[in-house]
Ligand binder design. Structure first.
Ligand SMILES: [Cu+2]
Length: 461
C-alpha cells in the first residue's frame, strides 16, 4: 500500500529553508510504499500526458505540481525488503523500499526533488545520465556538501532529454549501493520522437546484487565480487513478478546495472533490438536483432520487441551462477562420486545428513532439506512441470492472446495447445554400443593422453 505518513521535519526543514525560495511549508509529504509487489502504472494526474512505465516489484513516486514545477520527496532510510518469500533483507533505500520509487517526468519538465536523509551517515543523490547544471549533479564533496543525517537538500533542474536514467548516492557509494540505494528515472518524450517508438508495455528494473549469509539479514558491504543474491530490483526468483503482456504488444524493457559485474540478459522465443542507452535513443541504422545483450556495470539498455509468440518465455541473466540463490560456493563437485555408503555411516552420527550432488545439483530443488532461518532455496520456484531449478536474476515474460490491454495481472501458467510440448519417447531405443549411464557417469569413455605442445618459433606457419 502506498501511504503518506506524518513526517517530523526537525532540522530537515531548516536546511530546506536555507535553499531560499523554497519555504518550509512547501515541503511535500513523502509517499511511502510497504509492499514489494509490482504496482500498476501511475497515470499522470497533472502535467503533460504520457504512457507510464511499470516497475518490476516496484512503484512510481507520485508528485505534487507547484506553480508548474513537479515536486518529489525522496527519503533515504533503512528499509526491510522482502527479497523473496522467506527472505527479508535489512537494506537502505528510499521511501520504504529498495530500490527507491521510479521517477517519471516529461522532457522539458522542471523538476524539484527534496531529499531527506534518515540514514545514520551522510549521503547525496547523483542523477545518472541527466543533462543538468553542474551543482545539481549530486557528487558529494565535488558539486555539493554531503547531506548530513537529518538534513534535507533540494535538487532542481529541467529534464532536458528523454530517455532511461537512474539515481544513486555519490557518497560512500560502496556501502550505500551494496545496501540497496538506487532507483530508476524515466523521462518521456514531450511529443512523437523519431527514435522513440510508442509501446504497449514499458517495464523497468535495476540489476543489483547482495551478499547476505543464510540466516543473516544485512548485506556484507565489503564483498567485491562474490555476491550470493543476484537480484532484479532487490528481488530474487521466485520472488520476481512475471512480465505480463498481450500477444502482439510492442514491449520495451529498460534495464540498468548497478552490480559489480556485467550481466548478459537473455530472452527466449523472441528477438529484441537495443533502442536506447543511458546516453539516449540509438540511431535506427545502429540496431540489430539480439536474443542476449550484455549490460556492463553502470550501463542502461532499452530492449524492444513485438511479443508475437504466446507462452511463458524465460528472461534471465545468462551467467548460470546468477540464476541461483544464496549458498556457499565451497561445496565440492560430487558428480560421479558414490556417496551412499558414506551417507549411511555418517547418518549414524548425524541423522539429518544428506548426500548431495552425485547426479548434479538439480536434486537440490526437490530435497526437502531444512533451510536456515531467513534464506531462500538455492534454486526455487515450482513450475507447471515441476521444479524450475532457477533463482536469482530470472523472470518469465508471459505472452497471452486474451490478456486485456493494460492488464498486468498474472494469468497463471501457459496452457500449451495439444501436440506442441516436448514429450517422452516411449518406443524402443535403437541398439547402440554405448556405455550404460551409471558407468558413463563414473568413468571417461576411454583413457586419453593429453599432449601439450608449446609454441616454439614459427615452424608450421
Ligand atoms: Cu548476471
Amino acid at each position: 500500500m502506498t501511504h503518506r505518513r506524518n513526517f517530523l521535519l526537525g532540522s530537515a526543514a531548516v536546511a530546506a529553508a536555507s535553499v531560499g525560495k523554497v519555504a518550509m511549508a512547501a515541503l511535500p509529504e513523502p509517499v511511502m510504499q510497504t509492499t514489494p509487489k509490482t504496482q500498476p502504472p501511475l497515470l499522470p494526474a497533472s502535467g503533460r500526458p504520457y504512457n507510464p512505465v511499470v516497475t518490476l516489484n516496484g512503484w512510481t513516486l507520485p508528485w505534487r505540481m507547484n506553480n508548474g514545477v513537479k515536486e518529489f520527496h525522496l527519503v533515504a532510510e533503512p528499509v526491510l525488503r522482502e527479497m523473496t518469500p522467506g527472505l527479508k533483507a535489512r537494506l537502505w533505500g528510499y521511501n520504504g523500499q529498495s530500490p527507491g520509487p521510479t521517477i517519471e517526468v516529461v522532457e522539458g519538465d522542471r523538476v524539484r526533488i527534496f531529499v531527506t536523509n534518515k540514514l545514520p551517515e551522510r549521503t547525496s543523490i547523483h542523477w545518472h545520465g541527466q543533462r543538468l547544471p553542474n551543482g545539481m549533479d549530486g557528487v558529494s564533496g565535488l558539486t555539493q556538501p554531503a547531506i548530513d543525517p537529518g538534513k534535507t537538500f533540494v535538487y532542481e533542474f529541467v529534464a532536458r532529454r528523454p530517455g532511461t536514467f537512474m539515481y544513486h548516492p555519490h557518497a560512500d557509494e560502496m556501502t550505500q549501493m551494496a545496501m540497496g540505494m538506487m532507483g530508476f528515472w524515466v523521462t518521456h518524450p514531450r511529443a512523437r520522437h523519431p527514435l522513440i517508438d510508442e509501446v504497449d508495455r514499458d517495464f523497468v528494473f535495476l540489476l543489483n546484487a547482495y551478499d547476505i549469509e543464510p540466516g543473516a539479514a544485512t548485506p556484507k558491504i565489503m564483498t567485491m565480487t562474490d555476491f550470493n543474491l543476484w537480484s532484479l530490483n532487490s528481488r530474487v526468483f521466485p520472488g520476481i513478478d512475471p512480465l505480463v503482456v498481450r500477444r502482439n504488444d510492442k514491449v520495451r524493457i529498460r534495464i540498468g546495472n548497478l552490480t559489480m559485474t556485467n550481466h548478459p540478459m537473455h530472452i527466449h522465443g523472441h528477438e529484441f533490438t537495443i533502442t536506447g542507452t543511458d546516453g539516449g535513443p540509438t540511431p535506427k541504422a545502429s540496431r540489430w536483432p539480439e536474443v542476449t545483450a550484455d549490460i556492463a556495470v553502470g550501463q542502461m539498455r532499452q530492449f524492444e520487441f513485438v511479443a508475437d509468440a504466446e507462452g511463458d518465455w524465460a528472461f534471465h541473466c545468462h551467467k548460470s551462477h546468477h540464476t541461483m540463490n544464496a549458498m556457499g560456493h565451497e561445496v565440492p563437485t560430487m558428480i560421479g562420486v558414490e556417496q551412499r555408503d558414506i551417507a549411511q555411516r555418517i547418518n549414524r552420527l548425524i541423522p539429518d545428513y544428506m548426500a548431495m550432488g552425485e547426479r548434479g545439483m538439480g536434486d537440490m530443488t526437490e530435497m526437502e532439506m531444512p533451510l536456515p532461518d531467513n534464506s531462500a532455496p538455492m534454486m526455487g520456484g515450482a513450475g507447471p512441470f515441476g521444479s524450475l531449478e532457477m533463482g536469482g536474476m530470472f523472470s518469465v515474460v508471459k505472452v497471452r492472446a486474451n490478456q486485456k490491454a493494460g492488464d498486468y495481472s498474472d494469468p497463471g501458467w501457459y496452457k500449451h495447445p495439444p501436440g506442441t510440448s516436448a514429450y517422452e519417447w516411449t518406443g524402443a531405443l535403437p541398439e547402440a554400443a554405448r556405455m550404460a549411464p551409471e558407468r558413463a557417469a563414473q568413468k571417461p569413455a576411454r583413457e586419453m593422453e593429453v599432449q601439450v605442445r608449446k609454441p616454439m618459433g614459427h615452424r608450421g606457419h
